[in-house]
Design a protein around this ligand. Structure first.
Ligand code: FAD
Ligand code: NAP
Ligand code: SF4
Length: 670
């Protein structure tokens, strides 16, 4: 089982225990008081989980290169001492860890940013100052000095971040390097910066230190590198002493999704495979590899020598260990939602994971075995109920989980029907396996009524019975054209050729995606690359071509009462993708809408005093949700106390992140 993935990788002077690299993720832990202590526990947990090599979040080599003002850097001996906490903890757990050196260049969120040319990034407010020749030489020295300090701090190596559009990438690409001196102009000049960094780092640190170079193999932006240029750089980087080349896919400003959930698994492994014949040092494949099976396929198909998984280690720190023990079905799979990791990072919050709220909170949220096992009833097996049942059961409580429908999963059973959200079924699979393993008594097709709980000797009753979709309150709300999103996603109705969606929140967007989806061929990766304009043949610099989305099988209107742009309530790092996808399929987005009535003609609306009739076959109501409180009120009247979690507690701004977090936190304390 997983014979490629679990085989050691001999680097000459050291051996990695398997082919799994935990990719770099900025968690914001290093920026808070006591954060290094927390980061040490966080990384050590992943090392205990048997990952072959960990790469830390990006640490700046100087002030100018910081992600934001006061963000982590490594330039002093005091900072070395803090990093020691991390390396000691990882080594005590028999792990290996490299520190990523990241200079953000024009992507820094502060006014002191620098870049090869003073060109502002489209995703940043701050305009960078142009580096002069002495800035460049000093910055190269800063990289080297940072690597020396990393070695002093006990790291097994460094990763030099040369991709995703950060400073090194900014030197390499003509898009951002318009210098006319010896650091600009032709390609040879533009790649001198990364080559000198790697060369001088190797010279300073000697042969027995891991140097990973993260090479942007597919920029996905105009005026990015051509494939021939990527190969030239890879060969040079190998020549000057890198140990491993890791893959970088897409600049942050690229308009192609690279890691979000609609990106098919291993969608970019072909890029790394292209480079395999060109260099001898180990290559790492990245992006949307989230299971041992997918990782094994990447290696078996000869795409790379190692695989990088980053977010999957937030979702499950013991992913590799479970694969080693042939327990892959017990892995809590990363569903690539970005909601608690990348969205948090960009909001300068501590990262975590929607399906594992313990991630980066290991020292605060602990699941300690109970000394007083209790009998607990949970009503509702959505994300909140499943998560509560799981944590209560692993702590040693006796748990009964009641579910009205014939399956567990709650609204995730609807979410997984959305094209591009198929991964959500993995969370349901995880809980199915874990609840059975920990002997949770699951009673399906069992709608709980208050009276049946009278006289039952439960120490605690937890109501996780979710929400009710909000009904429409206009004339014609009961017209046969009007349906709920639940009817649509459970395929209880055959939807016509033209549709108006009332409500443009997360569910309205998802339903629009569902209704505009047109299955083409079975090759998900080819479809995805074509839809988003990624050139599999790499004919153009940057690897981009004209996007060719599939056409929608129906006309869709996406409506909202409020003003302003659609999609502003969606995830920070994924909202733009959902919106771009719907625009490409011709969805008409209308704001400032007043809903007047529904009749045989369709949906009557007014926008800024102008009345219109949308002559649609169906009106799908996605107008938000309200908590399901009938059972709670019934129990109150019967004098039975119960605790509410998830949507049953509060439906406003509810998402699975809050539902699961609240459930795990309560289950940890009961
Ligand atoms: P629910 O998931 O609603 O579960 C409640 C459960 O209780 C149900 O299974 C129900 O059958 C059961 N039940 C109700 N009454 C009784 C009773 N009397 N007896 C027994 N059982 C009962 N959230 C995100 O964070 N990210 C997303 O990308 C996302 N996408 C979504 C896409 C769609 C299409 C939908 C519909 C939702 C999506 N959500 C998403 C929202 C997320 O699924 C919900 O926030 C989450 O499911 C709420 O969890 P819950 O356990 O509180 O309630
Ligand atoms: P929502 O995000 O709160 O959106 C509800 C929509 O309905 C809004 O567009 C609202 O906007 C409209 N609305 C509210 N009351 C209305 C009324 N009485 N009549 C007509 N329209 C009304 O809720 P949701 O879309 O139901 O999603 C539920 C939760 O699931 C959300 O909180 C979300 O976080 C989560 N979810 C997340 C994702 C994701 O990708 N992260 C995806 C799906 C769901 P106007 O007032 O402007 O009309
Ligand atoms: Fe993966 Fe979502 Fe967890 Fe991030 S929050 S690690 S994307 S499951």
């Amino acid at each position: 089982m997983y014979s490629h993935l679990l085989s050691p990788l001999n680097l000459g002077f050291t051996t990695l225990k398997n082919r799994v690299l935990m990719g770099s993720m900025h968690t914001n832990l290093e920026e808070i008081p006591g954060g290094f202590e927390r980061a040490a526990v966080y990384y050590a947990e992943r090392a205990k989980g048997q990952v072959g090599l960990i790469v830390t979040g990006g640490i700046a080599p100087n002030l100018e290169g910081c992600v934001a003002a006061h963000a982590a850097k490594l330039t002093t001996l005091e900072e070395v001492a803090q990093h020691r906490l991390i390396t000691d903890a990882v080594h005590a757990a028999d792990g290996k860890i490299c520190m990523q050196i990241l200079h953000t260049g024009r992507y820094g969120y502060h006014p002191k940013t620098v870049a090869p040319s003073p060109i502002q990034a489209p995703i940043n407010f701050f305009k960078p100052r142009e580096m002069d020749g002495s800035d460049i030489l000093r910055t190269i020295d800063d990289y080297v000095q940072c690597a020396v300090l990393a070695k002093d701090a006990g790291y097994d190596g460094v990763e030099i971040m040369g991709s995703e559009g950060y400073l090194i990438n900014q030197f390499i690409a003509r898009r951002t390097n318009q210098r006319e001196d010896e650091w600009g102009g032709n390609y040879k000049n533009r790649i001198k910066f990364p080559i000198q960094i790697v060369q001088k780092t190797r010279e300073a640190l000697g042969p027995n230190f891991i140097i990973i170079y993260r090479l942007s193999m597919l920029d996905l932006v105009e005026d990015g590198s051509s494939w021939e240029e990527v190969v030239v750089l890879a060969k040079e980087i190998e020549k000057v002493g890198a140990t491993i080349i890791n893959t970088g896919i897409g600049w942050h400003e690229a308009r192609v999704p690279t890691i979000a959930t609609m990106v098919p698994r291993k969608a970019f492994a072909w890029v790394t495979k292209k480079l395999k014949a060109e260099v001898k040092i180990p290559l790492v494949a990245v992006n949307r590899i989230n299971s041992p099976q997918t990782a094994e396929e990447v290696l078996e198909e000869g795409c790379a020598d190692m695989v990088s998984m980053a977010r999957p280690f937030l979702a499950d720190p013991h992913l590799v260990f479970k694969a080693m023990e042939n327990r892959a079905d017990e892995i809590n799979t990363c569903i690539a939602c970005n909601q608690a990791c990348l969205d948090h990072t960009f909001q300068l919050k501590i990262s975590s994971c929607i399906v594992n709220p313990q991630a980066c909170h290991e020292t605060e949220l602990k699941y300690i075995p109970t000394l007083q096992p209790k009998s607990i009833a949970i009503v509702g097996a959505g994300p909140a109920g499943m998560a509560f049942a799981h944590i209560a059961a692993i702590r040693g409580h006796q748990v009964t989980l009641y579910e009205d429908s014939s399956r567990i999963g709650g609204q995730f059973n609807l979410a997984k029907e959305i094209p591009g959200k198929e991964e959500y079924s993995e969370t349901i699979r995880y809980y199915e396996v874990m609840l059975q393993k920990h002997h949770v008594n699951i009673l399906l097709n069992h709608k709980v009524h208050g009276e049946e709980l009278i006289g039952k000797k439960y120490d605690h009753i937890i109501l996780a019975n979710g929400i009710k979709p909000r009904n429409l309150d206009i004339i014609g709300a009961n017209h046969p054209k009007v349906v709920s999103y639940t009817d649509v996603l459970q395929q209880k109705v055959i939807i016509g050729k033209s549709v108006a969606i009332i409500g443009s929140g997360g569910i309205g967007f998802d339903v629009a995606e569902y209704l505009t989806h047109h299955p083409t061929s079975d090759d998900d990766i080819a479809n995805f690359l074509q839809e988003w304009g990624v050139d599999h043949n790499y004919r153009h610099a940057g690897g981009i071509s004209k996007p060719m989305p599939t056409s929608s099988p129906r006309e869709v209107f996406l409506l909202k009462r409020s003003g302003g742009k659609h999609g502003s309530t969606l995830g920070k790092t994924t909202g733009w993708i959902h919106k771009a996808s719907l625009i490409s399929k011709g969805v008409k987005m209308l704001s400032d809408v007043t809903y007047l009535k529904v009749d045989d003609q369709g949906l009557h609306i007014s926008i800024k005093d102008g009345v219109q009739i949308l002559n649609v076959d169906h009106v799908v109501v996605c107008a938000g949700q309200e908590p399901s409180r009938d059972l709670y009120n019934e129990l109150l009247t019967l004098g039975i106390s119960a605790q509410l979690i998830g949507g049953a507690d509060e439906a406003s701004e509810l998402d699975a992140k809050r539902a699961i977090n609240q459930a795990c936190t309560l289950a940890a304390s009961i």
